[in-house]
Design a protein around this ligand. Structure first.
Ligand code: CAA
Length: 390
């Protein structure tokens, strides 16, 4: 077992760090305040290969491993978690699903343009070359198997009707993996996944969500009304959709864990610097135990979250069962992100509460990591089911 990063990971870390400082830091607060989607930077991330970091070069990706993916999302999220989740959704919830379950023809049509440096993140018609994943519906989030969107087969086509909500990247995405019931009597075994072209008749974006955090990453409603999907646009087999959704989320939760890790680090670094420069009772505030010990705890928790994430990456890349490790890492890292951002604000006092600091933004951004891609309660349920079986 070794803990040192390889040369390629160090180079990637420095490259993403430079990118984030140069292009993201200057706009991070503004896109939060104005709820603006960072179109230009998303295209830049595409050019850098950040939108398909783990996808094989055969399909236009950077061909790196899951550890590289964690480093990428962590470094982006340290500065701006909105950029982090935009990249994570394209990498995991879309590209991983396509690469793992798509046919060769689907990978050519639907994967390559959304990850290749020449096209990823660029404008295409009214959309941009970015993907999304549509599982959640107005009446159901955690109980994903009870979704109600419906696809009915007619000849070689499926006619799909349904409404999805909270779809990250949904308002701008060119293609979306969409889950619908093809055989409601079969419960979760009747769910099928489809690749939807958001510029085709029958597909539209509904309202955009108004959120507490990650306000630069747009999430919204996706509505399909008599949308016609060809048989060739089914992802995987008919009836395999629920399993596909779960497998995709196993990968996605590593990305959200990495986002939470980056959030915690961003707030920790800000609070640490503040504590060196702020003096009370004749000394820098880190010399007061209440502050200094909190900083030590922050650092420890961040390190522990990182190790859980790296373990999940190791299990995944060595072909071992990893779903529980991904849930554990996401659960732990998201709670660390909430704890660290809360404490960072407390250390900075009224300054921390001001919209002048990054920590208040990171605090608002942290909350969603305990909710999306499976709430903390769902992660605990997954862990409980696993520990009882083993
Ligand atoms: N990996 C692979 N397969 C899995 C799995 C996993 N993690 N979890 C379940 N399965 C399989 C089971 O093995 C089972 O297979 P069989 O049919 O062969 O028996 C099948 O799926 C059904 O499993 P369960 O009986 O355990 O299903 P359940 O109905 O009890 O639900 C659940 C399980 C874990 C609670 C699941 O519903 C779940 O993960 N819910 C949370 C959904 C979620 O994360 N939503 C977020 C949506 S994305 C998002 O946040 C928006 C965004 O854009 C970022």
């Amino acid at each position: 077992m070794k803990f040192d990063l390889e040369e390629e990971h160090l180079i990637l870390r420095d490259t993403v760090r430079d990118f984030a400082e140069k292009f993201i830091r200057p706009i991070a607060s503004e896109i939060d305040e104005k709820e603006e989607f960072p179109f230009e930077n998303v295209r830049r991330m595409g050019e850098m290969g950040f939108l398909g970091i783990k996808v094989s070069p055969e399909y236009g990706g950077a061909g790196m491993d899951t550890l590289a993916y964690i480093i990428l999302i962590e470094e982006l999220s340290k500065v701006c978690p909105s950029h982090g989740v935009i990249a994570s959704v394209n990498n995991s919830l879309y590209a991983y699903g396509l690469e793992r379950f798509g046919t060769e023809e689907q990978k050519e049509r639907f994967l390559k343009p959304l990850v290749s440096p020449e096209t990823a993140g660029s404008k295409t018609g009214n959309k941009i070359n970015i993907g999304a994943f549509a599982l959640t519906e107005p009446h159901t989030g955690s109980d994903a198997a009870s979704l109600r969107s419906r696809a009915v087969k007619k000849g070689s086509k499926y006619i799909i009707n349904g409404q999805k909500v909270w779809i990250t990247n949904g308002p701008v995405a060119k293609y979306i993996i969409f889950f619908a019931q093809t055989d409601p009597d079969k419960g979760h075994k009747g769910i099928t996944s489809f690749i939807i072209d958001m510029e085709r008749e029958g597909a539209r974006v509904g309202s955009k969500e108004r959120k507490l955090g990650i306000r630069g990453a747009w999430s919204g409603e996706i509505v399909l009304e008599d949308y016609e999907a060809d048989e060739s646009e089914v992802l995987g087999e008919e009836g395999q959709g629920f399993k596909i959704a779960m497998e995709i989320l196993n990968d996605g939760r590593i990305g959200i864990g990495a986002q939470a890790l980056g959030i915690a680090e961003g707030a920790y670094e800000e609070a640490k610097e503040f504590s060196k420069n702020r003096f009370t009772f004749g000394k820098p505030i880190y010399e007061h135990e209440a502050v200094g010990f909190t900083l030590a705890d922050m650092w420890m928790r961040i390190e522990a979250a990182r190790l859980l994430l790296y373990k999940a990456a190791y299990l995944k890349d060595s072909g071992k069962e990893y779903y529980w490790a991904s849930s554990m890492a996401k659960l732990f890292a998201s709670e660390v992100a909430m704890w660290v951002t809360t404490k960072a604000i407390q250390i900075m006092g009224s300054m921390g509460y001001s919209r002048e600091t990054n920590s208040q933004r990171l605090f608002r951004d942290a909350k969603v990591t305990e909710i999306y891609e499976g709430t903390s309660e769902i992660q605990r349920l997954i862990l409980l089911r696993k520990l009882i079986k083993s």
